[in-house]
Design a protein around this ligand. Structure first.
Ligand code: NAD
Length: 243
């Protein structure tokens, strides 16, 4: 049980990748606090529902998790939203939503978690950026910008807080078979199963990622096996880099 005795907070726990992270962390011995707008029915050790756009909720989450679990060793900032379109298609609401969930909430959570972890001698934070945060794809200008922002913040925090024994890294997936991707296909009138199968043909490994493919890398980064990795952006793309 490589996470035996460790305490973890996972945001976006009700989503595709989030659910897989929670299941795997608990199976590996961690105690896990789950955060999402609705956490009903999720098997976990603490339930902390709320809206990450509420600054007071995001600011308070790490302490709430530490209080509920008896400490905090791991934070996974996984919650995210995707808005489509070029800048000229982007409403004020899309801007605020994307920046609020994808950048401001992880900033607030890291800012609150770091002193708790430092006081206890260290910890690990894993942020979920995107391959589109490294090299932007078309027609998702603000989404790409938010993922570049969290990637940059990860690099900065990874360097600034290493001396406190806190390792901060990010995973940068390409397409993953989750509600985020599938609902986008459905909204545009495509059958999600066929669209996912078609998309898989564009990936050198022959399929898009399943949530578990990403969760395993997140667990690696959170674990002692990654003890010398700090401020890294790990692309997980089945061989399909965005050019
Ligand atoms: P998902 O939509 O299945 O899950 C996202 C979760 O975040 C949802 O459960 C949602 O309720 C939660 N969330 C969103 N806004 C929130 C808010 N205001 N307050 C609280 N919770 C909120 O998506 P996923 O694919 O599992 O995405 C997980 C992460 O992976 C995201 O950061 C996403 O940007 C990133 N990512 C996904 C893909 C992909 O293709 N699916 C690719 C690259 C990166």
């Amino acid at each position: 049980m490589r996470f035996s005795g460790q305490k973890a907070l996972v945001t976006g726990a009700a989503g595709g990748i989030g659910a897989s992270i929670v299941t795997r962390l608990r199976a590996a011995g961690a105690r896990v606090a789950v955060a999402d707008r609705d956490v009903t029915g999720i098997e976990a050790d603490a339930h902390l529902p709320g809206d990450l756009l509420d600054a007071r909720y995001a600011d308070a989450l790490p302490l709430a998790a530490a209080g509920a679990l008896g400490g905090l060793d791991i934070v996974v900032n996984n919650a995210g939203v995707i808005t489509r379109g070029q800048v000229t298609d982007t409403s004020d609401a899309d801007w605020s939503l994307s920046v609020g969930v994808n950048v401001e909430a992880p900033f607030r959570i890291c800012r609150a978690a770091i002193p708790i972890m430092a006081e206890a001698g260290g910890g690990a934070i894993v942020n979920i950026a995107s391959c589109w945060g490294l090299r932007p794809g078309p027609n998702h200008a603000v989404y790409c910008m938010t993922k570049a922002a969290i990637a940059s913040l990860t690099q900065c925090m990874g360097r600034d807080h290493a001396h406190q024994g806190i390792r901060i890294n990010a995973v940068c997936p390409n397409e993953v078979n989750t509600p985020m991707l599938r609902s986008g296909f459905a909204r545009r009138g495509f059958d999600p199963d066929s669209a996912v199968a078609e998309l898989g043909k564009t990936v050198p490994l022959g399929r898009i990622a399943e949530p578990e493919d990403i969760a395993d890398v997140i667990l690696f980064l959170a674990s002692d096996a990654a003890r010398y990795i700090c401020g890294a952006l790990i692309e997980v793309n089945g061989g399909k880099a965005v050019s």
